[in-house]
Design a protein around this ligand. Structure first.
Ligand code: TRP
Length: 339
């Protein structure tokens, strides 16, 4: 019996993901990614990081970085990441990330990194701060993933290209030396992966840039949430139906379905014959209902700085134990003298 349980555990796949402490986490972040993280520990060996090292590739005030990092850590606990069962940690607390990323730089081609569309986009957005960290961002991300020998990496679609590069780097290293890294698989959640802005439904719901009216933040008060949905842009016609020429209604149906665990079709049926106004009211209420218990848990974690620090330390220690093993192997294979 015990042996059987052990075997089952050995076969459990490992999941790793991370989120940057930039901006204010949104309903889009929640429904696209974070929502799934809480329950993953039931089926997977799960590790999650607050990617604070990634946050400085774009200019950020020290106070903002500090506050955002604590906020995100507390929020990840609030959405159900279990610090006993899972590993939750702050990326900068585990020095192996910076170390491995330097090593991996030497197995990443300039041309490969140059092709990353996020680098190109961000360079265009901040032409006066096209720093080397921004260019190197996906290599650090590869280090994050490979240190933990992750099998699966849940990410938004915009990060899939980075996971592909990570696979390229891992494969190259494995071939050059001997099998060292698990080659991970990127996974975009099939539902709720893409939530758009409420004020411009042709754009992604952004967390740091643009129009605040179009973005629902996880920590918005119920009044603010209801107001944002009331003002949400709708489309021509009067039918609550998903269609290519109805991006506003389609987005709201997607949000509702993701919140309630249904599909866009079941949501359409539920709102058949209802007005846009009534529909928007209901999507707002469903959002408030889903976010309320998360906000309450968040407050209790965020209120106690000392307890939060202790959880960070415990998480970092667990993560560092795993990361060190991989990093040592890598140093040895390359030919570094170890002491
Ligand atoms: N770059 C990711 C994002 O912007 C965050 C991230 C950092 C990440 N390291 C990671 C995601 C490792 C998955 C795995 O969303």
């Amino acid at each position: 019996m015990e042996e059987q349980t052990q075997k089952l555990q050995e076969r459990r796949k490992r999941v790793f993901s991370a989120i940057k402490p930039t901006g204010n986490p949104t309903l889009g972040n929640y429904l696209g990614a974070m929502k799934y993280w809480g329950g993953m520990g039931e089926n997977y060996d799960s590790l999650f990081a607050v990617a604070d090292l990634h946050a400085i590739t774009v200019a950020i005030e020290p106070k903002t970085l500090r506050e955002n990092s604590k906020r995100l850590f507390a929020l990840l606990l609030a959405i159900g990441i279990d610090p006993e069962r899972d590993v939750l940690f702050m990326q900068s607390h585990v020095t192996a990330h910076a170390e491995l990323s330097w090593l991996l730089n030497n197995y990443t081609m300039f041309g490969e990194a140059s092709r990353m569309t996020q680098f190109k986009d961000k360079s265009k957005k901040a032409p006066d701060n096209v720093n080397v960290g921004l260019f190197d961002y996906p290599v650090l991300m590869a280090a994050d993933i490979l240190l933990y020998q992750a099998d699966i990496v849940p990410v938004g679609e915009d990060q899939m290209q980075h996971v592909e590069l990570c696979r390229t780097i891992a494969t190259r290293f494995n071939n050059r030396y001997s099998p060292t890294f698990t080659v991970p698989e990127g996974k975009v959640p099939t539902y709720g992966a893409r939530i758009h802005s409420l004020s411009d439904p042709t754009k992604k719901m952004g967390k740091s840039e643009g129009n605040e009216d179009g973005t629902v933040f996880i920590l918005d008060t119920p009044e603010v949430i209801m107001r944002k949905f009331k003002r949400a842009v709708t489309d021509c016609g009067a039918e609550v139906k998903a269609a290519d020429d109805k991006p506003g209604i389609t987005n709201l149906l997607t949000i509702y379905a993701a919140l309630t665990g249904g599909t866009a079709e079941s949501a359409e049926r539920e709102f058949a014959g209802k007005s846009y106004a009534e529909f928007k009211q209901r999507v707002g209420e469903a959002t408030v209902d889903v976010l309320r218990p998360i906000q309450q848990k968040y407050e209790s974690y965020r209120r106690d700085d000392k307890a939060l620090s202790e959880l960070m330390l415990a998480g970092a220690q667990k993560a560092a134990g795993i990361a060190r093993r991989t990093l040592e192997k890598v140093y040895k294979k390359i030919g570094f003298v170890r002491i």
